[in-house]
Design a protein around this ligand. Sequence first.
Ligand code: TPP
Ligand code: SF4
Length: 308
Amino acid sequence: MKSEKKIKTIFDIPTQDYVVPGGIFCQGCGAILAAKLMLKSLGEKTVIVNAAGCFTLAVVYPHTVFKTSWLYTAMACAPAGAQGIRDALDILIEKGKISKNEDLNVLVVTGDGAASSIGLQSTITAIHRNLDFWYLAYDNQAFMNTGVQKTETTPLGAATSTTKPTSLFPLGTEQEPLDLFSIWLSAGAPYVATVSPSYPIDFLDKVERAKEIRGPKLFHCLSGCPPGWDYDPALTVKIGRLAVESGLWVLKEAINGVVKHTYVPKKRIPVEEYLKTQGRFEHLFKPTKNEKAIEEIQKRVDKYWSTY
Ligand SMILES: Cc1ncc(C[n+]2csc(CCOP(=O)(O)OP(=O)(O)O)c2C)c(N)n1
Ligand code: SF4
């Protein structure tokens, strides 16, 4: 193992989990696994545009833990930052100041809070302008950096610090999550995908296919979060697999509007197997099992798959 002194970037860390010296990300963070896969494929010629969230702590000006360049924006406007960078690169190429070979990928990295709630307006307008950019939405299903508050993608039945289960609202989160895939698709994005770091080949294949496409490209990634979901950090990859094998998290992509499932579980496992791994769903099992709620979650998953 290299000494800590020689570690300058995330790519220099020979560990499996890419935990940064100093413990910036929690152990078992699914979001950093997602970023690792994305950057492995896109490479160093990438500029990351980041809206406030857990990744923001990976950067202390003028240093970052990444080999890529970095632009930090306010939470609402990472796609606007991406537009500025894309325009600057295009102008530099046009004026002959840099060659086409020196062009950079522009990659927005945000949590689901920025992607589905606070930053959705600037995202939709960037898609509408057909901005040529990548968007990694690491979806840990809550505003994690500020203490696990509910976002628009928090799933039905999950407890968060703002949707604690009560006698009035026994499920915790009572509403269906927003479907980012469909939102991007209906806004006209030419490449839209859902991914999981527990299925790295599927993830990397999608990045390769998306490289052929100019315009907005979404990678919506279910990203386990041990403190926010309340589970043992060693279980991140396993829980990601349970999400997909139960059919709760669907792996698919849409190229120019044509939707295709890239992985279909042969025999779906009951959603209960996934739910019971995490403390955020504990109220569905204790003190008594809420059969009705679990059945309802199962019914919604079955309904989705019955159409395919
Ligand atoms: C407009 C605005 N509201 C609230 C905040 C405070 N804030 C900073 S990080 C954060 C959480 C971001 O959540 P998410 O995008 O899901 O990323 P995660 O924390 O999960 O990495 C919030 C609410 C902010 N920076 N800007
Ligand atoms: S709070 Fe969750 S998303 Fe944030 S660094 Fe920790 S594990 Fe990752």
